[in-house]
Design a protein around this ligand. Sequence first.
Ligand SMILES: CC(C)(COP(=O)(O)OP(=O)(O)OC[C@H]1O[C@@H](n2cnc3c(N)ncnc32)[C@H](O)[C@@H]1OP(=O)(O)O)[C@@H](O)C(=O)NCCC(=O)NCCS
Length: 148
Amino acid sequence: MKPIIRFMSVDDIPKIVAEDRRILGQTLGEKTLRTELADNPFTEYYVLEDKVTKAFYGHVSVWIDTPLAQIINIYIVPEQQRAGLGTFLIEFVLTLLKSRGCNTLTLEVRPTNAAAIAFYQKFGFTKMTVRKQYYEDGEDADLMLLNF
Ligand SMILES: CC(C)(COP(=O)(O)OP(=O)(O)OC[C@H]1O[C@@H](n2cnc3c(N)ncnc32)[C@H](O)[C@@H]1OP(=O)(O)O)[C@@H](O)C(=O)NCCC(=O)NCCS
């Protein structure tokens, strides 16, 4: 396995929409993603894939408004979880954000998503507050914060 991270392109949108739905249960959708890639100077979308086989391993998207940043989405395909790829992605994000002069990173996570919460805590994120009925299905979100 040779994982690499590259910018997401318009050609990746159908795959990202499908994997968003499969892994997160929701997606920004094709139209919004197209607009995001074309017109939003504050957001960046990345794909994690195998350099040789091009197998899709995961995705991360961030909103950057220095010194603040937010993770929009982050995931690793279920077949490759717990093998260090999430760590590879989040370390990439932190290096990227430091290079842009950011020092504060936030994200929302479902309080029932114990794996993701353990993952974020490992990198120093702490729960700041609860966002009531944040998700489409009505579940609350924990707002987590990392200062770096
Ligand atoms: C959260 C997620 C990105 C982590 O990616 P990953 O590649 O599995 O993570 P890593 O292998 O790099 O794990 C790093 C650490 O996170 C923690 N962790 C990861 N998965 C865990 C799990 N299922 N249970 C408990 N801790 C977990 C552990 O501390 C782990 O270190 P260890 O393996 O040395 O114990 C991945 O589980 C995922 O995509 N989940 C589904 C989508 C999702 O929930 N995204 C976040 C939405 S807010």
